[in-house]
Ligand binder design. Structure first.
Ligand code: HEM
Length: 88
């Protein structure tokens, strides 16, 4: 149920910024991108620019057409606290 969906603040996301423990946020959804690093066609360095941050702008400016929600389905961590998306 909805109550099981976790929420984290951006401060918490900021703590997960290393290769072995990297979180990012796209449109209010938090993802653990660590398992995806080795698969990213744009390379580790580019992907890691979004680690520990809200990566929405970077993602949208590089490849807004890519379906990250589908690709990162298994990497979903929770919602960013304070975002409208939490209400859905
Ligand atoms: C390329 C997915 C995050 C920068 C790509 C491609 C995919 C992809 C599928 C290949 C695109 C193509 O060949 O047309 C993802 C996913 C991400 C992610 C699922 C989220 C985890 C990021 C971030 C950045 C970035 C945060 C920028 C800071 C790039 C760049 C390329 C690329 C520069 C190379 C484009 C090229 O050389 O053709 N990414 N990406 N990506 N991505 Fe990402």
């Amino acid at each position: 149920g909805v109550s099981e969906i976790k929420k984290y603040t951006i401060d918490e996301v900021n703590h997960h910024k290393t290769k072995d423990d990297a979180w990012t946020v796209f449109n209010g959804k938090i993802y653990n991108i660590t398992p995806y690093i080795k698969f990213h066609p744009g390379g580790e360095k580019e992907l890691m620019r979004s680690a520990g941050k809200d990566g929405t702008k970077l993602f949208m400016s590089t490849h807004s057409w890519i379906n990250y929600e589908f690709m990162l389905e298994k990497c979903f961590v929770g919602f960013l606290a304070g975002e409208q998306r939490n209400l859905l």
